[in-house]
Design a protein around this ligand. Structure first.
Ligand code: A2H
Length: 253
């Protein structure tokens, strides 16, 4: 881990419909009138218009933690401990875990996606999600993240193997940021560097660095309330808007 604290935006993706195994794991453990959210941590809040799914690590274990009387968050135990000390939960100190659920049991759960052109998206598996970073939940923006593009392409290609419905991984990828190279920078780089699978780690690292630099320093918003503004300028504005609307909160580690 780096020396400087990483300032994430944690999104609140509200569960609309649980996958059957997740529903079983949670049965009777969460108050009926409470909302449960998957909370992906992102460094690119300005890309949230392009969310198409939400990744969890299928072999990771998640807790459903009480944030307040009416709100519960699905995140890793590690993230919950950090949040409990950052004053994100109503009760400070030790986080209160209401239930436990395996990543694989969350696959197929339907959640809302704040700001996205796709108002509801599915939870899908991604083996490279680290338990040691962020919340262990990652929102997928294939237009601007090479990792995300490589993974949704793989999921659509091998839907049966991954035990998902093909259409869950085939939501339209809409351009949201214009750069000198492309308005779909991640797909462009994945093709240019001949990346064939999420396992091409070295090329993906290169693509990720290129995409991040070009997107941040030369990108211009194509959509949303800050359309026409530079990404650098729009980023904090989108973040504030998400937080003000109750769709996100600040999380650092
Ligand atoms: B980013 P850093 Cl559009 N395991 O969000 C693996 N990856 C994780 C993670 C975890 N536990 N937690 C967060 N991440 C991803 C958007 C995005 C991101 C775009 C472009 C690049 C990008 C949509 N996915 O990240 O190591 C999250 O994906 C490339 C740096 O803390 C998060 O932001 O720097 C980013 O990695 C945090 O990575």
């Amino acid at each position: 881990e780096g020396v400087l604290p990483q300032e994430y935006t944690a999104l609140k993706l509200k569960v609309v419909e649980w996958a059957p195994k997740a529903a079983d794991a949670l049965k009777g453990k969460i108050p009926e009138d409470a909302s449960v959210y998957l909370c992906p941590a992102t460094l690119r809040p300005e890309t949230m218009y392009g969310q198409v799914c939400c990744f969890v690590g299928p072999s990771l274990s998640y807790g459903v933690f009480r944030a307040s009387e009416k709100e519960y968050f699905v995140i890793t135990e590690r993230a919950a401990r950090n949040m409990a000390y950052q004053g994100i939960f109503e009760k400070e100190g030790v986080p209160e875990k209401a239930a436990e659920v395996k990543g694989s049991d969350l696959i197929g759960t339907l959640v809302t996606a704040p700001l996205s052109f796709h108002p509801q998206v599915r939870v899908l598996p991604m083996d490279t999600v680290l338990a040691t970073k962020g919340t262990g939940v990652v929102t997928s923006v294939p237009s601007d993240s090479p990792d995300d593009y490589a993974m949704v392409t793989e999921l659509a290609k091998k839907a049966d193997f991954y035990g998902i419905k093909k259409e869950w991984a085939e939501l339209e990828i809409i351009p949201i940021i214009q750069t000198p190279t492309s308005d779909l920078l991640a797909p462009h780089l994945v093709k240019k560097l001949k990346i064939n699978s999420p396992k091409d780690a070295k090329q993906l690292q290169e693509a990720k660095e290129l995409a991040y630099k070009e997107g941040f320093y030369q990108g211009v918003m194509k959509v949303g309330d800050f359309k026409g503004e530079k990404v650098e300028v729009a980023k904090p504005k989108v973040r504030e808007q998400l937080i003000k609307n109750g769709d996100a909160f600040a999380y650092s580690e």
